[in-house]
Design a protein around this ligand. Sequence first.
Ligand SMILES: [Zn+2]
Length: 378
Amino acid sequence: MADRMVLAGARVVLPTGVAENGRVTVEGTRIGGHAPADAPSVDLSGHWLVPGFVDMHNHGGGGASFTSGTAEDVLTGVRTHHGHGTTTMVASTVTGEMDFLTHRAGFLSELVEQGDLAGIHFEGPFISPCRKGAHSGELLRAPDPAEVRKLLDAARGTAKMVTLAPELPGGMESVRLLAEHGVIAAVGHTDATYEQTVEAIDAGATVATHLFNAMPVLGHRAPGPIAALLEDERVTVELINDGTHLHPAALELAFRHAGAARVAFITDAMDAAGFGDGVYRLGPLAVEVSEGVARLVEGGSIAGSTLTLDTAFRRAATVDALPVEDIVRAISTNPARLLGLHDRVGSIEAGKDADLVVLGADFTLRGVMRKGAWVVEP
Ligand SMILES: [Zn+2]
């Protein structure tokens, strides 16, 4: 019989609401059912117990890059984020040569098959030169469905999401292709109009890549992608809650308008997350991180974040004053559903993986459990 442990006394955030003084049983790697009274128990009184975080947009951490690092580097990045409560994450790539990206897809797919990553997110190269952010301009290309197909094939079933600009030639066709293959078509790094964005959603796009960032602003005569993505019930909007990418009022506007069921908190983290200031590379470009803000050395564009999801949670609870149940949906449940992993992760329910985060009353991270083993002991 698997080892049994009871986590007792915490305020547990369940799909049905908050259970005061809750008891959660861990049986081996899973969340179990009822435990005998003599099972060893860990006292978590005065703490919150929430599901492990799920990050659907993450480029690396701990000094390591998912786009360019060795397998050991990628695992360093993964473990760094585990230590901050993210128990499930995809690896996001940045724009590169097609040959490089297809090769990288094959390499990362092995780490997905081993269970270290939950899938691959291709951010670029099919994005708009007008909204390239920290992607290298000369490597951008229009979204050719045949090339999109090549990336999916190279990823051998592990591609979860492709961020693209649907207004470019081949854009709508590529969105349809992704939707047909069960891969998320995400609208981002885009210069699309409101009408083009509506067309992309009708073609099957279901995610807004870091809403507000790398897209036209919301204008009263040209509402652009932001209005189209926020208003459509079929779309989930990614938000980077680091206090740099978004003003708290913009975050609140998105959260109120989309509702907690249609928001996904992401990090968009690069190498410096959980590591420190310094000079890094994001794909082929140099990035300087100063006081936790990553900017391109050339041009000064914001270049990903140094955010970890424990900080995003704390900000959401303390700065944005969002209800804890809503934060849990945005940081665990919704991304798990989008990635097709909701039968395993994303909520505290019997039979799911014992991926759990312990937070103090002030929402600072106190403990992390992944598949029944403590990564950070409370
Ligand atoms: Zn990104």
